[in-house]
Design a protein around this ligand. Structure first.
Ligand code: NAI
Length: 257
């Protein structure tokens, strides 16, 4: 009989987490390692990755870091080739790296910035899955979780690039879930609400009145801790979520009720 503990456990499994040098991604990398996984932690922020590695030292699993730009196909392909040659398999992938871009009305939105946000937030998820899925298939199955946002189901004024990218992540997730459900691979997405990662905390310091108003508008009256979002992503990758396919799990303190 498989115990609840075993269904949550990642011992002997290999996980990939992008954007693992900060915020939600760091907590997910540490969470997978705490549950016994070998984790490939990816980011373009080397100092952030070094901090993630330092925090992982006492955990059951282990963390290996790599400087990879998730919007660059050659780098993503190289990463998955490295994982296959070193670890021989991939069981879980959390495609989470992302940027917000600036806040401008559509008519003022710089086209180059629009393209950059789409590239880092959306093309990256396509590229990630393009190279993760074949390795997962060769590993006998697995689970992918992509990070969308509440902006995947709302239209926040000023954030056209971000909202378009996150709506796109939701769509890509559903297509990938449809294409892979019969092949032993589950693909799902999470939609975090206001989460107190370094990016959001810095913005809140600059604009405390806005931050207070935003939190008041959240039914839970607080932002999420990064670990609360990471836990949801890890759970979606675990065998406890074995019948979830193409789902967008909104984790937002009730923000979009
Ligand atoms: P964060 O800024 O703390 O972490 C994002 C990480 O992604 C950073 O370490 C950054 O260096 C990395 N990154 C950026 N561009 C990259 C690239 N081209 N290649 C590799 N790594 C790259 O932000 P946070 O909050 O942890 O964000 C994680 C995800 O959660 C993002 O996709 C974000 O859009 C999403 N999200 C965050 C929310 C929040 O309130 N913090 C709300 C909804 C969604």
């Amino acid at each position: 009989m498989v115990t609840d503990e075993q269904r949550r456990d990642f011992t002997g499994k290999v996980a990939l987490v992008t954007g693992a040098g900060s915020g939600i991604g760091r907590e997910a990398a540490l969470g997978f390692a705490r549950r016994g996984a070998l984790v490939y932690a990816i980011d373009v922020d080397d100092r952030g990755l070094a901090e993630t590695l330092a925090q992982s030292e006492q955990l059951d699993g282990s963390v290996r870091t790599a400087h990879v730009d998730v919007s660059d196909e050659a780098q993503v392909a190289g990463l998955l080739a490295r994982i296959e040659s070193e670890a021989g398999r991939l069981d879980a992938a959390f495609n989470n790296a992302g940027i917000t871009g600036g806040t401008h009305r559509i008519e003022e939105y710089p086209t180059a910035e629009f393209e950059r946000v789409l590239s880092v937030n959306l093309k990256s998820v396509f590229l990630g899955m393009k190279y993760e899925l074949p390795l997962m298939l060769r590993s006998g199955g697995g689970a992918v979780v992509n990070t969308a946002s509440v902006a995947a189901v709302t239209g926040p004024g000023g954030m056209s690039a971000y909202a378009a990218s996150k709506h796109g992540v939701h769509g890509l997730t559903r297509v990938a879930a449809m294409e892979n459900a019969s092949r032993g691979i589950r693909v799902n997405a999470i939609a975090p609400g206001w989460t107190e990662t370094p990016m959001v905390v810095a913005n809140s310091r600059q604009n405390p009145a806005f931050a207070e108003l935003a939190k008041k508008a959240i039914p839970a009256k607080r932002g999420a801790q990064p670990s609360e979002i990471a836990d949801a992503a890890i759970w979606l990758c675990s065998n406890e979520a074995s019948y979830l396919y193409g789902h967008l799990l909104v984790v937002d303190g009730g923000m979009t009720i």
